[in-house]
Every structure is written in C-alpha cells, then in structure tokens.
Design a protein around this ligand. Structure first.
Ligand code: SIN
Length: 290
C-alpha cells in the first residue's frame, strides 16, 4: 500500500485504509516535492490525517487549491467570511449532527467531488470521532458472482430526498435547520457505475452511497433497496474501516471515490466546529471499461 516517501512519514491507522502523516506544516508552506508525496499518500491510503495544524481560513483555501478547483457545497451553511468553506457544526444544545450516517459526499453530481479537506477548529472533550471505510476493500471482498453482476450496473444518485423540501421536517434531523438549507437547490440527479475504476489508483471500488443512491438504473426502488442495503452493510464491516480521533488543529483529507465516512454523534452537550472544503473531481468510469 505505501510508497517510499522522502519528505513525509506515513503511519497507517488500520490495515484497510488511512494514515497519519507527519512532517507537514500547511501554514509554513508545502513545496512541490512534499505536495506530490502528500498526494501519493492520499492515493495510497484513501484518507490521510495531519495533526497540530494552525491555519487561517485563507490558508485552508490556499492549501485546498493545490488539490484542485474548490467545489462549493450548495446545502451546508458557509463560513460567513469565507463562502468557499462549509461549516460542519453542532452546538452544545443541538441533538443532530451533520454526516452521522455512512456516506460519501456529492455523488448526486454528474461529476462528483474528488474529496474533502476537513479542519477541526473546536472539538468535544471526548467523542466526535469520524469513521472511514475503504470501498476498495468492500469491492475486493465481494464474491466473483456479485462482482460480475455489479460490474455492468449503474445506480441513480440524487440530492432531492436528502436536501430537498421536507428533508429534515419531522425527523430526528429537524434541528439541522439553519445548518443545512437551500432546499430549492436540491435538483441534482446523476447516474454512476456501481463499480468504478478509481481515477487515480486504477483500482476497482464499490460506488453506491447510503445518503444519495436511490436505486439501480433500470431497477425499481423496491427491487434495488435489498441489494443496496446488503452492499452498505457489507461495505462498512469493521475490518474495512478506520477511526480517527480529532484534536483541535487536526486535518483529514479523504477521497470520496475510495472511501465512505460517518461522523459519530456521541458528544451531546459539547460544541464541535469543523471547516470543510470540497474539491472538484472527474466523471467516473466503470471498472469493466478499462
Ligand atoms: C462530513 O460528513 O463531511 C462530516 C464529517 C465529520 O464531521 O467528521
């Protein structure tokens, strides 16, 4: 999994995915060689973590631009002074958090985002960890028969049910009001291969999404749901995951095509404030086509 790095050190956090990277100081500036190694580590591990970064919103944006164009989220409340940064916030008196179910971001877009850079500004004294799961491991562990069937299938993804009118009403998410919004903009539908060839690693990865996939293409929703539920449970088995414990100043950079994530909501009564910048991706190709 790992490459030979000269300017960084990578310590894997689980056998399936994720590595904590040391030797990087975003605020001090990152040279081209080190940035190339960071990018390689991101490809190698699916999600990489940095500790003790002290960065301003402008430095966060500048760092994000090294990875690609910034994809401004339509539904998250932006940081007032820096609309390119989405706020992932839960106040001490709020019950619902953002991102508490397993998902990957923005798969409702025709060209889904490459990944996100999440920066911890305030963290609870205990709890608030994020889980990540490897969609390579999920694919690799499928039977040959299911791999073959899924390799020719596509799935329909949508933002409508997740962010559209009524999405948070009368649910346990209703106190997300004010943190998620812009329901009128939830008009995206997209069709993606169920098994993609990862645009950077070339590896096959499972690409269905508990938050945004509505059905398989040419299948009804009722036909699709049992298999989708099977795949979601399969993909998030403990051995395909890692768990990241945040400290103030931690950064996670994840790949939306290679991983899913889930923000644990186990810190009621304390505030957690994260700044997220999402990076543009490319159109996804089926693994079978390569
Ligand atoms: C998200 O889903 O982007 C939020 C992740 C987190 O808050 O840990």
């Amino acid at each position: 999994m790992s490459s030979d790095y000269k300017t960084i050190e990578a310590s894997p956090v689980s056998p399936a995915l994720g590595a904590e990277i040391s030797g990087v100081d975003i605020a001090a500036g990152i040279g081209d060689e080190q940035f190339a190694e960071l990018r390689q580590a991101y490809v190698d591990y699916g999600v990489i973590f940095l500790r003790d970064q002290d960065i301003t919103p402008d430095q966060h944006i500048e760092f994000a631009r090294r990875w690609g164009d910034i994809n401004v989220n339509r539904f998250f409340q932006p940081v007032a002074t820096h609309p390119m940064i989405a706020e992932v916030r839960k106040e001490a008196d709020q019950k619902a958090n953002i991102g508490s179910s397993w998902h990957t971001d923005h798969s409702y877009d025709q060209i889904p985002a490459m990944g996100s850079i999440l920066y911890a500004r305030e963290v609870p004294s205990v709890g608030g960890d994020t889980l990540f799961a490897s969609m390579y491991a999920a694919y690799d562990a499928l039977s040959d028969g299911l791999k073959k069937m899924l390799s020719t299938m596509n799935a329909v993804h949508s933002s409508r049910h997740a962010f559209g009118e009524g999405a948070y009403v009368d649910t346990d998410l209703d106190d997300l009001g004010g943190r998620l919004g812009n329901t009128g903009a939830a008009t995206q539908d997209a069709i993606h291969p169920v098994i993609i060839r990862h645009p950077l690693s070339g590896r096959p990865a499972l690409y269905v999404n508990g938050d945004f996939t509505v059905r398989f293409d040419d299948w009804t929703q009722a036909e699709s749901q049992p298999l989708l539920d099977y795949l979601y449970a399969h993909a998030t088995q403990n051995e395909f995951t890692c768990r990241f414990h945040w400290r103030r100043g931690s950064v996670a950079i994840w790949d939306n095509r290679a991983t899913h994530h889930c923000a644990l909501n186990d810190y009621h009564g304390e505030r957690r404030l994260m700044h997220r910048i999402t990076i543009d991706g490319v159109a996804l190709e089926p693994a079978a086509a390569a």
